[in-house]
Ligand binder design. Structure first.
Ligand code: FAD
Length: 494
C-alpha cells in the first residue's frame, strides 16, 4: 500500500477527514472560493479597509526600520538572504568552534554584501550587513564602520580572524532571538508584557522547546509548562478566560515519540498529561491552546484534544482550545468535526486559525514519500482563500467556537472584520516581534478597537532555533505579506 493510501485508510477518529488529505486542489478551491466570496460590495469594502491599513503601516514604520527592514533587504530572493538563513540555521547547531569558523569563512566571502549598502533607508540595515551588524562593540571602534560594515567585515575577518566573526554572529543570533522571544524566563516575559507599550495586548506564552527526543526532555518541558501556568495565573488580573493571558503548548514537546506509528503509546501517555495541564489551566483560570504542528500529526492531536475535552474535569471552563492550519486541505473537515465535538462535550472551543508554518517541510516530505499530491495547498493565494472560507465557517458556527484569527495580513484581517460584522466575541492574534504597526491600528480604541493577543515565545537562545528558522522563512519569503507590506515600491492595491 502506498503512503497516501495508508493515510487515507487510517482509522481516523474523524469521519471523512482523510478523504481530504490529498483532495483535488482546483475542485476544493472552487468550493472554498464560493464560501469565502463576500460579494461585490463586500470585496470593495474589504479592499478599502485593507488599503487603509497598509497605508497606516507604511506611515507608522519608522526609518529606524529594525528587523523588518533587515529581513526585507536580505529576503530569500537574494543570494545573501539565503546565505544568512544557512548560517543562522547552521551556526547554532555547530558544537565546535573550528567547524563554525570554517562555515563562516566559506559563506561570508561568497556574497556581494556591498550590493545591499544604501539600498535600504533603514539605519539598522546600513549599520549591519550581518554578523558585524549587531556587534556594537566592534562597530563602535570606528564611526565609519556604521556606514560601511561590509568593508569592516572583510577587514575584521582578515585582521581578527573567524573567531571574532563567529562571536559577532552568535551575538547577532542573540539579538534576533530578542526580537522574536519575549523573555528568557516566564517571569521576564510577564514583566515585559506589563510595560506600557505592551499592555494594550493580551498574551499567549509559549515555552520554547519542541520535539522532545527523550523522556527526560519531555519531563523538563512538562515542568516548564506547569510552572508557567502557575506564574501566568498569578499574574492574570482575574479577567474572564477569553481575555486573560494564556499558554500555548506543543504536543511534540511532551512526548519523545509523538508520531502516528506510536499512536497507542502516545494516546496512553499524553492524554493523562494533557488532562493534568488542562485542569491546572482551569484552576489558574487561564486558557490553554494546543499548537498545530506537522500535517502527519493532525489526527493524533485531534484525538488527544477530544479525549481531554471528554475526560478532564473542566465543568464550565471553556479555555481548552487548539490551533488549526488552513493551508491543509483537511481544514474545513477539521472545523466540521470540532463543531460536533463542541456540541457533544458542551464546551465552547477556542480555535486559533493560522495559515500554517511548516509549508516547506510538508512539500518536502510529500515529495520524499513520492505522493501524487500534497496535503497542503501549493499556491499562496489558495491558502488565503482557504483561510477566509474557514473564518466564515467558524463565525457561522456561533457559540461552538471562540474564534481567534492569527494573521499579519491586512487583507485577511479586513476580510475577517467584514465577515464578523457587529460581532465582538472574537480576537485577533499576532506573533511577538511581528505585525506591530498593523495591530497598532487594530487595537486602538479610536480606530478599529478589536482585541489582539500576542503569541510570546519564552526561552533561552539554545531552544530558539526551530522557532527562529520558521520566522526567518516566513519573513524572508517574497510571497509573504509581512515581507511586502513595508516595501514602498509595491502599490498598496497590489
Ligand atoms: P501571509 O503572508 O498572508 O501568509 C503566509 C502563509 O501562506 C505561509 O505561512 C504559508 O502558510 C502560506 N503559504 C506561503 N506560500 C505558500 C504556497 N506556495 N502555497 C500554499 N500556501 C503558502 N503556525 C503553525 O503551523 N502552528 C501554530 O500553532 C501557529 N501558531 C501561531 C500563533 C499565532 C498567534 C500566529 C500569529 C501565528 C502562528 N503560526 C502557527 C504561524 C502562522 O502559520 C504564520 O504566521 C502564518 O501562516 C502567516 O500568515 P499571515 O496571514 O500572517 O501571512
Amino acid at each position: 500500500m502506498r503512503f497516501d493510501e495508508q493515510t487515507a485508510a487510517r482509522q481516523s477518529p474523524i469521519p471523512g477527514l482523510n478523504e481530504h488529505y490529498l483532495a483535488d486542489e482546483q475542485a476544493l478551491l472552487r468550493e472554498l472560493a464560493a464560501m469565502a466570496d463576500p460579494g461585490e460590495a463586500g470585496r470593495r469594502e474589504i479592499g478599502r479597509v485593507a488599503a487603509d491599513l497598509v497605508r497606516a503601516v507604511r506611515r507608522n514604520t519608522g526609518r529606524e526600520g529594525g528587523i523588518d527592514a533587515f529581513l526585507q533587504q536580505y529576503d530569500l530572493s537574494s543570494q545573501e538572504g539565503v546565505l544568512l538563513m544557512c548560517i543562522a540555521e547552521a551556526l547554532l547547531r555547530i558544537p565546535d568552534a573550528d567547524t563554525a569558523d570554517q562555515l563562516i569563512a566559506d559563506k561570508i566571502t561568497a556574497a556581494q554584501w556591498e550590493d545591499h549598502l544604501g539600498s535600504s533607508e533603514s539605519l539598522f540595515v546600513n549599520a549591519s550587513t550581518w554578523g558585524l551588524m549587531l556587534t556594537g562593540r566592534l562597530l563602535k571602534v570606528d564611526e565609519d564602520a556604521r556606514r560601511n560594515p561590509a568593508q569592516v567585515l572583510g577587514r575584521v575577518a582578515s585582521r581578527a580572524g573567524e573567531p571574532v566573526v563567529r562571536a559577532a554572529m552568535r551575538q547577532a543570533m542573540r539579538i534576533m532571538g530578542h526580537q522574536f522571544v519575549m523573555g528568557r524566563t516566564i517571569e521576564e516575559a510577564l514583566e515585559r508584557a506589563e510595560r506600557r507599550k505592551n499592555s494594550v495586548y493580551r498574551y499567549s506564552f509559549d515555552m520554547l522547546g519542541e520535539a522532545a527526543l527523550t523522556a527526560h526532555d519531555a519531563r523538563r518541558y512538562l515542568d516548564a509548562y506547569a510552572d508557567a501556568i502557575t506564574a501566568i495565573g498569578k499574574a492574570s488580573g482575574g479577567e474572564d478566560v477569553f481575555s486573560a493571558p494564556s499558554i500555548s503548548v506543543k504536543l511534540s514537546a511532551l512526548h519523545p515519540r509523538y508520531q502516528y506509528t506510536q499512536r497507542d503509546r502516545v494516546v496512553r501517555d499524553l492524554v493523562p498529561t494533557m488532562i493534568e495541564l488542562a485542569e491546572h489551566a482551569k484552576s489558574a483560570n487561564i486558557a490553554l491552546t494546543v499548537d498545530a504542528e506537522e500535517a502527519d500529526r493532525l489526527e493524533l492531536s485531534l484525538e488527544i484534544v477530544a479525549a481531554v475535552l471528554k475526560g478532564a474535569k473542566l465543568n464550565t471552563y471553556d479555555g481548552f482550545g487548539l490551533a488549526v492550519q488552513t493551508y491543509q486541505r483537511r481544514a474545513g473537515a477539521v472545523f466540521r468535526y470540532l463543531e460536533t465535538l463542541a456540541a457533544d462535550t458542551r464546551h465552547r472551543i477556542p480555535v486559533r486559525l493560522v495559515k500554517g508554518a511548516y509549508w516547506d517541510t510538508e512539500i518536502k516530505r510529500a515529495q520524499e514519500a513520492g505522493l501524487p499530491g500534497y496535503p497542503v495547498f501549493t499556491r499562496k493565494a489558495h491558502t488565503d482563500v482557504s483561510y477566509l472560507a474557514c473564518a466564515r465557517q467558524v463565525l457561522a458556527a456561533g457559540a461552538a467556537f471562540y474564534p481567534q484569527f492569527a494573521t499579519h495580513n491586512a487583507h485577511t484581517l479586513a476580510s475577517v472584520l467584514h465577515y464578523a460584522g457587529p460581532r465582538r466575541d472574537y480576537e485577533f492574534q499576532r506573533l511577538h516581534g511581528m505585525g506591530e504597526e498593523l495591530y497598532a491600528e487594530v487595537v486602538d480604541p479610536g480606530t478599529l478597537d478589536r482585541p489582539c493577543r500576542v503569541y510570546a515565545p519564552v526561552g533561552s537562545h539554545e531552544d530558539l532555533l526551530p522557532y527562529l528558522v520558521r520566522r526567518l522563512l516566513e519573513n524572508g519569503a517574497n510571497t509573504s505579506f509581512v515581507n511586502r507590506i513595508s516595501d514602498d515600491d509595491i502599490e498598496v492595491e497590489d
